[in-house]
Design a protein around this ligand. Structure first.
Ligand SMILES: Nc1nc2c(c(=O)[nH]1)N[C@H]1C(S)=C(S)[C@@H](COP(=O)(O)O)O[C@H]1N2
Ligand SMILES: [Mo]
Length: 221
């Protein structure tokens, strides 16, 4: 039995790892894009932060906030604010890409990683998708892998301050790898499903997945 593996400094594995490190790809699979590819096609940068929603901003506060995490999971959860705060907290800095063509760089989020939630609820083997339900009547669908992205989180702070109500506070999803319509504001329920179930915009002509780098804006793209 060998418990130690001796890898010469110039081995193929070492060279591959060095190449990954130069490319910004780490063993966790994250790829940091070169600055020239940071802005997805058809997007322009903004410095302010536009507010986009259905025009109805529900009066959710930390004292009346509840989150149900249920569906095809082994251990459904019903959280109030203190339960969310009791979870391991994470920070992520990421870019926003809205399908209406604005992008905003370097948003500093704090909250609970979706991977922490996956560890707790344990999706059943047949779970393939997630539907995010919001207090304003909005909903949006995600594949389980997209929900599990390591930079995805339930955010309750932005730039060190509590997330404002107009931006979905107290708690919204932040999923930087997809267009921002997938990042549900005023999150109240995360439902794990065994089939895809298109949400508010996905049933109104938006793309099912919405990858900004592939310009998946509308369903016929
Ligand atoms: N609950 C809810 N979440 C939502 C929406 C909405 O109307 N309701 N709009 C989506 C869209 S289309 C966008 S672009 C972003 C906007 O988030 P912002 O207002 O914080 O910029 O929220 C997304 N999440
Ligand atoms: Mo949007």
């Amino acid at each position: 039995m060998t418990s130690e593996i001796d890898i010469p400094a110039d081995s193929k594995l070492t060279r591959t790892k060095q190449a990954w490190a130069r490319a910004g790809k780490f063993l966790t699979g994250r790829v940091a894009l070169p600055e020239s590819e940071r802005l997805p096609p058809g997007q322009h940068l903004v410095k302010d932060w536009p507010v986009l929603d259905l025009g109805l901003q529900p009066g959710v506060t930390t004292s009346n906030w509840v989150l149900d995490i249920d569906g095809a999971v082994e251990r459904p959860l019903h959280w109030r604010w203190a339960d969310l705060m009791a979870q391991e907290q994470t920070s992520e800095t990421s870019d926003i890409h809205c399908v209406t063509t604005w992008s905003r760089y370097d948003n500093r989020w704090q909250g609970v990683a979706t991977r922490t939630i996956l560890d707790l609820v344990q999706p059943k083997p047949e779970a393939s998708h997630v539907v995010l339900w919001s207090s304003d009547g909005y909903d949006t669908n995600l594949g389980l892998e997209d929900f599990a992205a390591e930079d995805a989180l339930l955010a309750h702070r932005w730039e060190g301050e509590p997330l404002t109500n107009e931006h979905g506070g107290p708690v919204r999803l932040v999923l930087p790898r997809l267009y921002f319509w997938k990042s549900a504001k005023w999150l109240k329920r995360i439902e794990f499903t065994t089939a895809n179930r298109p949400g508010f915009w996905e049933t109104r002509g938006y793309h099912d997945r919405g990858d900004p780098w592939r310009e998946q804006r509308y369903s016929d793209d």
